[in-house]
Design a protein around this ligand. Structure first.
Ligand code: ASP
Ligand code: MG
Length: 430
């Protein structure tokens, strides 16, 4: 069986949903598990809704109705799409989606009873639940028999809300029980389920981290021993640079798991970094293909041994460089490192690049206005901390000097770390 993943952009409006049906029709008599994200930018909208629900007092909620306004915009967005897809107003999807939102209506009338991350997951997971209900109903409407399955009955996680850790053993059992039997009976079975969300042992919803639907596809492929995963995107495949920053990008025909995981780790947004490991472990190939031109080849990620023929670029903006040194000019030693790493782990700050000298340790991190001030304050108890912001981090895999010169033109290099295949440069615009 195959696993297909459709992200937000591929279900952002009625035409996009119709296109999903067109793509599935290109694969008749095949068993396919379709993993779908929330529509368009709905996850961001639900995030804003969660913030206004969680951070404003109940008075403000009823008076200004901020969360309620956001919710009605979210509802309208979905119902506009539903009206285009289902001209018959008596179609059961109208009630079904209404009911999904009624629960949310009620929930935001009450005071938040749990912590932010918990409330976030209960609210934000609605995006995937409604998108899959709509797409599933539409597929059946146009003659593609498909079954809606609740991903929370397949993927079990712990209670780490917003970053659920998968319980692989339980997930395997659940997939075996709730998914595999559907596929053993006949050919041409299509199951639609949600990306990004999982369930806990107490039946609460969790999410797997932003953009986590790719990871869902990989988890499902791993547990079902799928023949392949295809991620349908609005780009022709994996490109050697993000077209947002680069005019001349080239599509990569083939990529090794190793290169894919490195590129994703350094910040290439085309695939979620957690996606590769489960696929590599079972040697399941991953295709990245264009949902606009489904007949074109896209990129295949597999066990290829070859290195990439051209340099790949990853840009991260909004970077901060921290330089951390002992206050008394003493050497920075292993004990300091373990101390510093522990603080970063506790504050959940990810290090994008690092380098040390005799008396200082430099780290490049994302500028997160929530986490950064706390981190600096804690570090300053023991260390002298200097920082430099408005920086960019450029990573080049398969670099050569001419590409380094090209990307650093008109930029000042503050820090450079080179390994055999990869160079990372922290730069400031001149
Ligand atoms: N809808 C979720 C997000 O936007 C998950 C995903 O799209 O992969 O983060
Ligand atoms: Mg998305």
């Amino acid at each position: 069986m195959k696993v297909f993943k459709f992200g937000g952009a591929s279900v952002k409006d009625a035409i996009a949903v119709q296109n999903v049906a067109t793509i599935l029709k290109l694969y008749p008599n095949q068993n396919i598990i379709v993993v779908i994200s929330a529509m368009g930018k709905i996850t961001n909208a639900l995030e804003r809704l969660t913030n206004s629900y969680f951070y404003s007092s109940s008075d403000e909620r009823t008076e200004k109705g901020n969360a309620a306004t956001l919710l009605s915009e979210i509802k309208k967005y979905h119902f506009d799409i539903i009206e285009q897809l289902f001209p018959d107003k008596d179609h059961p999807i109208y009630d079904e989606i209404n009911n999904s939102f009624v629960e949310l209506d009620w929930a935001i009338e009450d005071e938040p009873a749990h912590n932010y991350d918990f409330e976030y997951d209960q609210i934000v997971s609605i995006g995937e639940l409604v998108s899959t209900k709509i797409v599933n109903a539409y597929l059946n409407e146009v003659g593609i028999q498909s079954k809606w399955v609740d991903a929370r009955d397949l993927i079990q996680t712990d209670n780490t809300y917003r970053e659920g850790k998968v319980n692989w053993e339980l997930t395997n059992e659940l997939v075996e029980k709730n998914l595999t039997p559907d596929f053993s009976k006949r050919e041409g079975v299509i199951v639609v389920t949600q990306g990004f969300i999982g369930g806990t042992s107490e039946n609460y919803s969790t999410t797997l981290g932003r953009e986590g639907s790719d990871y869902t596809a990989a988890i499902i492929a791993y547990t079902t021993n799928a023949e392949s995963v295809t991620i349908w995107k609005d780009v022709p495949g994996v490109l050697n640079a993000d077209p947002k920053w680069f005019d001349e990008t080239k599509k990569l025909e083939q990529l090794s798991y190793q290169d894919a995981i490195e590129l994703a780790y350094y910040g290439a947004t085309v695939i979620h970094p957690k996606t590769i490991k489960p696929l590599q472990n079972k040697k399941i190939p991953l295709f990245v293909k264009s949902f606009l031109h489904p007949a074109t080849t896209g990129t295949i990620i597999n066990e290829a041994q070859s290195q990439l023929p051209i340099p790949c670029f990853i840009f991260k903006i909004n970077q901060v460089l921290l330089s951390i040194s002992p206050k008394d000019f003493s050497f920075i030693v292993e004990e300091n490192f373990s101390d510093i790493f522990k603080l970063f782990a506790e504050e959940q700050v990810k290090i994008n690049m690092m380098q040390n000298s005799a008396i200082s340790f430099s780290v490049c991190i994302d500028k997160d206005p929530k986490k950064l001030p706390d981190l600096i304050k804690i570090l300053q108890k023991e260390y002298r901390v200097l920082y430099n912001d408005d920086l960019e981090l450029i990573t080049i895999r398969y670099y050569d000097q001419s590409t380094i010169d090209r990307v650093t033109k008109d930029k000042k290099i503050l820090l450079e770390v080179k390994s055999r295949y990869t160079v990372q440069l922290v730069v400031k615009n001149n």
